[in-house]
Design a protein around this ligand. Structure first.
Ligand SMILES: Nc1ncnc2c1ncn2[C@@H]1O[C@H](COP(=O)(O)OP(=O)(O)O)[C@@H](O)[C@H]1O
Ligand SMILES: [Mg+2]
Length: 235
């Protein structure tokens, strides 16, 4: 069974005219920022008045637990989160796409987990958060190999890399190093190492719900949404 926390869009009008787009956030390791990126994507789409659903495929239920903190927020700011297995996702994704503009998938920390493979089977876009450090680089290369392999099977799937927890600036040498190692495109966006991201987890929302001091993080998430829309061909 899915647990349906809440639906802030129940009064938002009619269902989307075209099927919703499915975005999977994947990485091989825990700690790369999958849940953070998935929640901020959902918050960023919501801020643009698009309807969005976050599906938690991680048996550790991180996005779901994140959202459980949300009673601290007004109900119209709460994220719509469901937890599902990979099989349930495959079965129900068509219905979800009729309900919302964007379905964001948070996945387990293994690219071989059946739920991760299910996510890649239904996604239009796989976003790989990559921490620009040598050890993370190796595991990101392994994820990239899988995505490139899946892209050969499914022509609708595209993959891209999102530098996360970046220290310093956009010109940091570690990010430039990343750019040279990968075949998949690096998104024209990045999330820096900022307190706003863990802080938004405490209130069960995205950086758009933080009262103050989150301008830089909000700017990063807006840029992330614009870059994701570009990858989806929706400028
Ligand atoms: N850009 C960031 N800035 C600061 N902390 C971050 C950032 N991205 C992730 N984190 C923190 O790193 C930890 C792991 O992130 P999480 O999203 O749970 O990773 P995953 O879902 O891949 O295991 C969490 O404590 C999260 O708050
Ligand atoms: Mg997680």
């Amino acid at each position: 069974m899915h647990t349906y926390l809440r639906n802030p869009f129940s009064d938002a009008g009619s269902a989307p005219a075209s099927p919703g787009r499915v975005i999977a956030v994947v990485s091989q390791k825990g700690g790369a920022g999958k849940t953070t990126v998935a929640v901020q994507l959902a918050g960023g789409f919501h801020e643009r008045r698009a309807s969005v659903m976050l599906v938690d495929l991680d048996p550790q239920e991180s996005a779901y637990r994140w959202a459980e903190s949300a009673p601290l927020l007004d109900s119209d700011l709460q994220l719509d989160v469901r937890k599902m297995s990979g099989l349930e996702l495959i079965k129900h994704v068509g219905e979800l796409q009729k309900e919302v503009d964007y379905v964001v998938l948070d996945t387990p920390p293994s690219i071989y987990h059946p739920s991760t493979l299910a996510a890649l089977a239904v996604a239009h876009l796989a976003v790989i958060p990559a921490v620009p450090s040598p050890t993370d680089l190796w595991s990101t290369l392994a994820v990239e190999r899988l995505i490139l392999n899946r892209m050969e099977q499914s022509h609708r799937l595209h993959g891209c890399i999102l530098p996360n927890r970046v220290q310093n600036t956009a010109l940091a040498t570690d990010v430039l190093e990343l750019l040279h190692e990968f075949t998949l495109p690096i998104l024209d966006a990045m999330l820096c190492q900022r307190n706003a991201y863990p802080q938004s987890a405490v209130i069960g929302g995205s950086v758009f719900q933080l009262a103050s001091g989150a301008d830089a993080a909000q700017g990063e998430v807006r840029k992330l949404i614009a870059a994701v829309l570009k990858q989806l061909g929706e400028h």
